[in-house]
Design a protein around this ligand. Structure first.
Ligand SMILES: Nc1nc2c(ncn2[C@@H]2O[C@H](COP(=O)(O)OP(=O)(O)OP(=O)(O)O)[C@@H](O)[C@H]2O)c(=O)[nH]1
Length: 297
């Protein structure tokens, strides 16, 4: 692998100083990690040492990994490269460089990509395995393992910040009956559709989990006084607009609580369960939520 020179910008990059050929050096560096962000960062840093790379991101089945972003000004070029290894699709790399690369630089970049393929495939496999451990198989939402991690982090951060959070626990009404009448497979389809609908109703800063069975949990970030009622109302409207769900008379109840400084993860979930229980007693289709955040203590 010969390190390219050819335009002014590239010549300003640091020359390669190593006893190893560049390709071997890159491969050696890439093989030091299974973490996908780390592998891509090593790749980006290596390229940046020799070419005027300003941004690099990788997209794998709609999951985006933004690795480097130092774009400023207008004189940059973006190019896309689709990566395959042994005919298996890995994803797409998007490079942004300052100025257009010449053909020898492009060829050099391609040869660097060849070194990336296997370490990237291994990192993707690792990423998938890690993901499976924290994802619910049916709905692909975060599972209880992830929820516990996220709650621990949230309670820790909230102790030292002004951020407010609420937790909303949602339970489908009469789902046992639904399973009995229509079968478990139809029940699974309802859970998948409901999870999809919930995801669509939330802002990107809110987090959604499958709590178990027919229960889902939302962590609502910085809710204002009307946010909880608004979310529940939006959810009811979305269900009534959703053909598979409304034709099956699906509805839900929810119990919401504000996260208080004194909460532990267990006491917070217990409070949410109690609020849900109150809602279930008044339901179907009912939200039990604090009337005013002045109650949050
Ligand atoms: N199809 C399907 N059903 C599930 C799954 N997990 C749990 N369930 C069912 O969900 C039902 C939950 O019932 P409950 O929460 O006890 O009660 P419910 O019928 O919803 O009644 P209320 O909550 O009081 O409205 C049970 O029948 C479980 O078997 C799943 O992954 N797929």
């Amino acid at each position: 692998m010969t390190v390219p020179t050819g335009n002014k910008a590239a010549n300003e990059q640091k020359p390669l100083v190593s006893s190893l050929p560049a390709s071997e050096q890159l491969l050696k560096e890439l093989q030091t990690s299974l973490n996908i962000n780390k592998v891509l960062t090593i790749f980006a840093q290596f390229i940046s040492r020799h070419l005027p790379l300003k941004a690099l991101s990788f997209c794998h089945h709609q999951e985006n990994f933004p690795i480097l972003n130092q774009v400023s000004g207008h004189e940059h070029e973006t190019s896309l490269s689709t990566l395959y290894v042994e005919q298996q699709y890995l994803g797409e790399l998007t490079y942004t460089t300052q100025g257009r690369l010449n053909s020898s630089q492009k060829n050099w970049m391609k040869s660097c990509e060849q070194q990336l393929l296997y370490p990237l495939r291994n990192a993707l496999l690792h990423h998938e395995v890690c993901n499976q451990a924290v994802r619910d198989q049916l709905t692909n939402l975060g599972n209880r393992v992830l929820l516990e991690e996220v709650l621990a982090q949230l309670l820790n951060v909230q102790e030292r910040s002004d951020l407010q959070y609420a937790v909303m626990l949602i339970d489908l009404d009469n789902f046992q009956q639904f399973n009995q009448n229509h079968g478990h497979t139809q029940g699974d389809k309802v859970l998948i559709e409901f999870a999809h609908l919930l995801r669509e109703q939330l802002r990107s800063c809110d987090q959604l989990f499958r709590f178990g069975g027919d229960e889902f949990l939302i962590i609502v970030a910085n809710p204002d006084e009307s946010a909880l009622q608004l979310i529940f109302r939006r959810l009811q409207l979305a269900i009534s607009d959703n053909c598979p769900l409304n034709s099956q008379n699906i509805s839900c109840c929810a119990g919401a609580v504000m996260v208080k400084p004194a909460h532990t993860a267990d006491s917070l979930l217990e409070d949410a369960r109690q609020a849900l229980l109150l809602a279930k007693n008044k339901g179907p289709n009912y939200l039990e939520a604090p009337l005013s955040f002045s109650q949050t203590g």
